[in-house]
Ligand binder design. Sequence first.
Ligand code: ADP
Ligand code: ADP
Length: 224
Amino acid sequence: MIEFQHVFKSYGRGRNILADINFRIEPGEFVFVSGPSGAGKSTLLKLIGGLEPSSRGAVHVNGHRLDKMSARARPYLRRAVGIILQDTHLLYDRSAMNNVLLPLTVAGQERRQAQTRARAAMEKVGLSGKEDLNPIEMSGGEQQRLAIARAIVNRPAILVVDEPTANLDQDSARRIMEVFRDFNRVGVTTLIASHDRALMASYATRTLRIDHQGRFFDTPGVQL
Ligand code: ADP
Ligand code: ADP
């Protein structure tokens, strides 16, 4: 479902951030991406989401080879992969609800059906009753959950998340992780980048690690 074959990535003429990366992730897996800051975790996630092209090698997602993908096929990828980056890119000129509605509106979904779905997504992340708030009025944890609601409202098969717990206290971090576990339980393939070793240790799941020298390790964990 997600496969990297001899993938290299550099930005412009810079050094290789990723060098000869190979791995395969099956549908329904729950995988951490770990490594020190600057190691290339976000870059790896962006390649999966099609936000950055590889410099060399093949990236397959859901049977599509991204580097050979036509512009017309890109909206398909956008629906297949929900991405939550560190900067949540929430829009502060509209309500929480309207932030979640946006991907559905872009996809041309009928208004009433879109609202039902958006409400369900907000409920799933524990934000029922906060639909009309402006995101600016929400706590860090709530904003993070709002970004999750927006990423899952299209029911992507794959969820890709960058440092979801970075600015959260332990309780909020745990709640966020439980939200991801819940999605994973209903079959959503989930990749989470984090440099929080304690957090990852407590989940003991498969971990793709990039070290400070750019070496790549694929460690199986205890399946949950
Ligand atoms: P991590 O997520 O592990 O902190 P990143 O993937 O964000 O690592 O970054 C890896 C390296 O690539 C860093 O040295 C970073 O400065 C560089 N980098 C990331 N994005 C860009 C970009 N758009 N242009 C140039 N260099 C970048
Ligand atoms: P439905 O038949 O209602 O479309 P599915 O069989 O697709 O439901 O999924 C079963 C349950 O898991 C539903 O509650 C659905 O909302 C949820 N679900 C499935 N895939 C996703 C996803 N990618 N993101 C969030 N929730 C999902």
